[in-house]
Design a protein around this ligand. Structure first.
Ligand SMILES: NC(=O)c1ccc[n+]([C@@H]2O[C@H](COP(=O)([O-])OP(=O)(O)OC[C@H]3O[C@@H](n4cnc5c(N)ncnc54)[C@H](OP(=O)(O)O)[C@@H]3O)[C@@H](O)[C@H]2O)c1
Length: 301
């Protein structure tokens, strides 16, 4: 198949290009700059110039494609998240960009959209398991994620197939984890929230294979990640990989007040199951459980 990717140069896009090529697919990647186009070409894909808000450019790039994976984001890295307006760009990509991509796909005659989404939307469920029927908690921080899912559902209402993948927190060789890793290796705190609460994580390699499996998934919303991990274990695993034998430290609770809704979504207890996606598509994470080797590339860097 021929797949059009937005966000082709990001963490999710690079993983997806690799996995799609390994599965025998051709990839066209949206590029905003010459530098991004070079990266996409170096990965063996075809670059197509345009911005996610530029519908004619998207329609041109999507010609002849069987599916679109909308993976564009603008996630603030590390403490940038606390700056005023730090979510403005990503919110616009989710609220408006996802709609433009869906319209372009419809006009280009593409049959399937895969929308990257987030399991952070679920309400705090304590120790209870979360599946795709569990209630979400819509705040200013999560509303754009839910709207992006709704925008691609509208594509399905027009006869196409839409699949939203609610990924866990990407954890591995990526800018946000690298920021935490550097802090941990300097002995600084990286944990937020209750040590006994649950987190849903996903290795970057497993994002790409999930996109491949989403090409044959029945339309719908799916959770995608590894086994949930206690927050204390997540923090200790990063700290140990960063050379801190005594484990990691948690930030004081008042930081949460500083970050308000932006940080609140990061501390919800989310014991998320990805069983439905595995059952429906045969996808299994190649990194099923968080272990220190997830950080090998950061250790080597
Ligand atoms: N589920 C998760 O936990 C999750 C999900 C996503 C990202 N993240 C994290 O966020 C951090 C940053 O992610 P990242 O390195 O992938 O970079 P990023 O800055 O979030 O960009 C991601 C991709 O979106 C593209 N993009 C951004 N704005 C666009 C626009 N207006 N039109 C078209 N494309 C646009 C970027 O293209 P350009 O190259 O042109 O900028 C890039 O290809 C990483 O640590 C990552 O793990 C986490």
């Amino acid at each position: 198949m021929k797949i059009f990717l937005t966000g082709a140069s990001g963490v999710m896009g690079r993983s997806s290009i690799d996995a799609l090529h390994r599965a025998g697919h051709d990839v066209v990647g949206l590029a905003r700059t010459d530098e991004t186009a070079r990266q996409i070409a170096a990965a063996g894909a075809t670059a197509s110039f345009g911005d996610i808000f530029d519908r004619p450019a998207l329609i041109r790039g999507m010609q002849g494609c069987d599916a679109v994976a909308n993976l564009a984001t603008k996630v603030p890295v590390g403490s940038q998240a606390l700056r005023p307006g730090s979510l403005r760009k990503i919110d616009r990509i989710r609220l408006h960009g996802s709609r433009v991509v869906a319209e372009a796909a419809r006009r280009a005659g593409v049959g399937r959209i895969i929308q990257q989404s987030l399991s952070f939307v679920y309400a705090d469920h304590g120790d209870d398991w979360i599946d795709e029927h569990s209630p979400v908690d819509v705040t200013r921080a999560t509303e754009p994620v839910v709207v992006a899912e709704d925008n691609v559902k509208a594509f399905a209402a027009d006869g196409g197939t839409s699949v939203s993948l609610r990924f866990g927190l990407i954890t591995g060789d990526d800018p946000n984890t690298a920021w935490l890793f550097r802090r941990a290796s300097a002995g600084r705190s990286i944990g937020l929230g209750d040590e006994d609460s649950w987190m849903h994580v996903v290795h970057p390699d497993d994002v790409g294979t999930a996109v491949v499996h989403a090409l044959s998934a029945p339309g719908g919303v799916y959770n995608v990640g590894a086994e949930p991990v206690h927050r204390r274990d997540y923090v200790d695993t990063i700290a140990l990989a960063a050379g801190r034998k005594a484990g990691g430290h948690f930030l004081p609770g008042w930081i949460l007040r500083l970050g308000a809704e932006k940080l609140e979504i990061l501390v919800r207890s989310q014991r998320v199951s990805s069983q439905l996606f595995s059952d429906r598509t045969g996808w299994h994470p190649s990194h099923p459980k968080l272990t220190p080797d997830w950080f090998d590339d950061l250790v080597r860097a």
